[in-house]
Design a protein around this ligand. Structure first.
Ligand code: NDP
Length: 333
């Protein structure tokens, strides 16, 4: 087999604040032929996720990316050559292929893309890791019940939009928080949310009192900061709060102050931290339960797709500024 040239995106310098495209560099390198037990994969789709911001700052539990390192990331890839008995050429697989056009791996950590997922990029979004995050948080941590008032921030993303739509299917009243009129309109009109607050134009505490006059039973927090503070102030008695993400804080080294404990005491709330890695054993249960809802048209989704690996740095910068609308995907091949 002739030597393959792979294109890779590596971290060039650590960003101090919001990442920009020039914090990354595109390089070309020869791909070694797969050895015994190895699989050569061609990247079809690359997932860009907020946790990568923590990796390039050295403060994510999955490890650090240093300048000069290949950017890591989950991909949907096609097996080109397999020297492993577990996979065949032509199969679609999901694995941490990284920000590159080809990747070399062993069978460990590689899974087949469920044939029911079309487009296959769904395996990176609402039917993949972000979807499992929403599922585990809503059903296992928040223990959602019919008639709960469910509030979710970063509501138009893969995690937030699925949280809200699954809660609707459970018979809840669902209010989203999002950063533009376009996102709020989609959440109300397409995703079926009962309400949506634009936190950039509406005074948040007033809007929360108006949308959730009897309080919030479940708050699914994807952002932290001032939105978390305001939501905690509106909790109903017995509320469950799921702390999932910190979008308001990822681009800064400053730790934002949290809500006062009084909000938890007076509402007798339960606050739980969510790490999706603890729930990978539920992936099949999640697919079997949620995919039929998607196939029945009960769940809508948006992808924010850029074409070509070279677009990944700019798309990542947009994600970290909140300018994405839906799951950020790079269509690589
Ligand atoms: P999204 O597609 O929702 O993108 C992030 C969104 O956050 C942006 O679109 C933006 O929307 C919003 N945002 C950005 N900056 C701010 C800010 N300063 N204040 C408030 N909102 C902001 O991403 P995902 O669905 O992939 O992820 C959502 C969250 O879930 C993230 O925090 C992520 O880290 C977390 N997560 C946690 C996991 C875990 O195991 N705990 C696993 C997976 C994801 P808007 O216009 O509405 O501001």
């Amino acid at each position: 087999m002739s030597v393959l040239c792979s294109r890779q995106i590596r971290l060039k310098t650590r960003p101090a604040g919001i990442p920009a495209a020039d914090h990354f560099e595109l390089v070309e390198c020869d791909m070694p032929a797969p050895g015994i037990g190895e699989i050569l994969c061609k990247t079809l789709y690359l997932s860009l996720d907020p946790y990568m911001r923590g990796q390039i700052s050295g403060r994510h539990i999955s490890g650090t990316i240093d300048p000069g390192d290949l950017m890591r990331g989950e991909t949907v890839s096609e097996v080109v050559v397999s020297n492993s008995p577990d996979f065949e050429a032509g199969e679609l697989v999901c694995h941490y292929g990284g920000w590159q056009t080809y990747s070399l791996t062993t069978a460990e950590g590689v899974s087949r893309v469920d044939a029911r997922l079309r487009p296959a990029s769904l395996a990176l979004g609402i039917m993949g890791m972000p979807g499992l995050t929403a599922y585990a948080g809503l059903f296992y941590l928040a223990e959602v019940k019919p008639r709960d008032v469910v509030l979710v921030s970063a509501a138009s993303g893969a995690v937030g939009s699925l949280v809200g739509q699954m809660a609707k299917i459970q018979g809840c009243r669902v209010i989203g928080i999002a950063g533009s009129e376009e996102k709020c309109a989609w959440l109300r009109q397409v995703a079926g949310f009962d309400g949506c607050i634009n936190y950039k134009t509406q005074p948040l505490s007033d809007a929360l009192r108006q949308e959730c006059p009897d309080g919030v039973d479940v708050y699914f927090d994807n952002v932290g900061g001032a939105i978390l503070d305001a939501a905690m102030d509106q909790l109903a008695i017995g509320a469950r709060v799921v702390l999932c993400g910190l979008m308001a804080q990822y681009n800064t080294d400053n730790v934002l102050p949290g809500p006062t404990p009084a909000t938890i005491i007076r509402s007798r709330a339960t606050v739980r931290g969510l790490v999706v890695y603890d729930h990978f054993d539920k992936q099949q249960e999640f697919l079997d339960r949620v995919l039929p809802w998607l196939e029945a048209g009960k769940i809508k989704y948006r992808e924010d797709v850029s074409c070509g690996l070279a677009q990944a740095p700019a798309a990542f910068a947009r994600l970290m500024q909140g300018r994405n609308f839906g799951k950020t995907i790079i269509k690589v091949a």
